[in-house]
Write a protein that binds this ligand. Structure first.
Ligand SMILES: Cc1ncc(COP(=O)(O)O)c(C=O)c1O
Length: 357
C-alpha cells in the first residue's frame, strides 16, 4: 500500500499486529502527531531557543512547581546519563536497585559515557528502601571507594511496582540527611501518577526528588524524554552536560511540542490510565487460567507471570513478548496506551488455548 499523495514512502507493516513485549512497540498517538504538524513550517531558532521549548517550561511548572526546569532530550538512557552526571562529582557513585534500567538495560552507558560507579542493592520488588540504601551508604571519606552521593529510584519500577508518596518521601529524607541527592527514572512516571491517583508533584517535587528523567516515548510520543530539574540549586549545568552527552536536539521544537500535547490537557492521564487498565484486564484474565502464576503485583502497565516454558515458546510464535528470567521461565507482558480490550481478550484466549494443548 502506498501513501495517498505527496510522498514516495510505502507502508511496510501490518498495523493490525499487536504485541506485549514493550510499551514502546506502539506508534505515535494521533494528537501528538497532529501537534508535530502544528509546530512545522517556518523557521525557529535551533537548539532549544524556539517558542515551543520556551512555552514548555510553563507546562512543566504547572505540574511540578515553579522551580521546575525542563530540558528535552532524545531518549531515556540519555536522560538518565545526563541527570546522574549533574548529581555527581568525578569520584561519585549512585546507589540503585540491581533491577534498575541504568544497571540492566543501558549497555553500561552511565559507567562508560559518564564514568559513574553504580553501587547496587538486591531488592525483592524493584524498590529501594532506606534500609536497603544503607547497605551501600557508607565510605564517604574513603578515597578507596567511589562515594555514594546519589540515589536513583525508578517510578513505576522495572518490575511493574510503585512507590507510594510516603515511600518516596522517606527515601528522599534519608538520602538528603546523608548528603545524597535523589534521581528518579520516570520513564513511566505517568503510569505511576495514574495508578496512584496523585498529581505528579506530590511524589516528586514535594517528596524531595532533585531530578527526574521524565518519560514520553512509552506514553504515546514519537520520541523524547525530559531531564526535569526540581532542585535547581543543587542540580546545575544540565545544558552543558546535555550537549556533551549528545542529547541536544537541534530541531528541539518537535520534541517540546510533543510534551505540550501530552501535558497541557489530560492526554498523559488518558494514555497511562488506559495502559494500566489493560494490564489489569490481562492480569484478571490470566489469573483465571490454571497453571499460570502472576508473580508480581500489577500496579502499573506490566504483568509478570510464570508458565511452562514450552507454552511461552509457542505463544511467542503468535505474539511478541520477552522472557524476563530465563532460569525461572518468568515472562513480562506490557500494555501500551493503544492496547485495546479486544487485544487483551484475544491474547488471553491464545494463552488459554496454548495452555490447554
Ligand atoms: C525504567 C526505564 N528507564 C529508562 C528507559 C529508557 O530507555 P531508552 O533509552 O530506550 O529510551 C526505559 C525503556 O525501556 C525504562 O524501562
Amino acid at each position: 500500500m502506498t501513501f495517498p499523495a505527496g510522498t514516495d514512502a510505502v507502508v511496510h507493516h501490518d498495523a493490525t499486529v499487536r504485541g506485549f513485549a514493550s510499551d514502546n512497540y506502539a506508534g505515535v498517538h494521533p494528537e501528538v502527531l497532529a501537534a508535530i504538524a502544528l509546530a512545522n513550517g517556518g523557521h525557529q531558532i535551533a537548539y532549544g531557543e524556539d517558542q515551543y521549548t520556551e512555552h514548555l517550561q510553563s507546562v512543566f511548572k504547572r505540574h511540578f512547581g515553579d522551580r521546575a526546569e525542563a530540558y528535552p532530550v532524545f531518549n531515556g538512557t540519555g536522560a538518565n546519563v545526563v541527570s546522574l552526571q549533574a548529581l555527581l562529582p568525578r569520584w561519585g557513585a549512585v546507589i540503585a536497585a540491581q533491577s534498575a534500567h541504568i544497571n540492566v538495560d543501558e549497555c553500561g552507558a552511565p559507567e562508560k559515557v559518564a564514568g559513574i560507579k553504580l553501587h547496587l542493592v538486591a531488592t525483592p520488588d524493584g524498590k529501594l528502601t532506606p534500609e536497603l540504601i544503607d547497605q551501600q551508604a557508607y565510605g564517604w571519606d574513603d578515597e578507596h571507594r567511589a562515594a555514594p552521593l546519589a540515589v536513583s529510584l525508578t517510578q513505576s519500577t522495572e518490575l511493574g511496582t510503585l512507590y507510594t508518596v510516603d515511600e518516596v518521601k522517606a527515601i528522599c529524607d534519608h538520602a538528603h540527611e546523608r548528603g545524597m541527592l535523589v534521581h528518579m527514572d520516570g520513564a513511566r512516571l505517568a503510569n505511576a501518577a495514574a495508578s496512584l491517583g496523585r498529581p505528579f508533584r506530590e511524589f516528586t517535587t514535594d517528596a524531595g526528588v532533585d531530578v527526574v528523567s521524565f518519560g514520553g516515548t512509552k506514553n504515546g510520543l514519537l520520541f523524547g524524554e525530559v531531564v526535569l530539574v526540581l532542585n535547581p540549586e543543587r542540580v546545575r549545568n544540565i545544558k552543558y552536560l546535555r550537549k556533551m552527552s549528545m542529547q541536544l536536539a537541534s530541531k528541539m521544537r518537535f520534541v517540546s511540542v510533543q510534551f505540550e500535547a501530552l501535558l497541557t490537557g489530560d492526554l498523559w492521564l488518558r494514555n497511562a490510565g488506559h495502559a494500566n487498565a489493560m494490564a489489569k484486564r490481562l492480569e484478571t484474565a490470566v489469573r483465571g487460567i490454571e497453571g499460570i502464576t502472576v508473580v508480581r503485583p500489577v500496579q502499573a502497565n506490566a504483568v509478570f507471570a510464570v508458565l511452562p516454558r514450552e507454552v511461552s515458546e509457542r505463544l511467542q510464535k503468535r505474539y511478541r513478548f520477552y522472557f524476563w528470567n530465563e532460569q525461572t521461565g518468568e515472562v513480562r507482558w506490557m500494555a501500551s496506551y493503544d492496547t485495546t480490550e479486544a487485544d487483551i481478550d484475544a491474547f488471553a484466549a491464545a494463552i488459554a488455548e496454548e495452555m490447554a494443548r
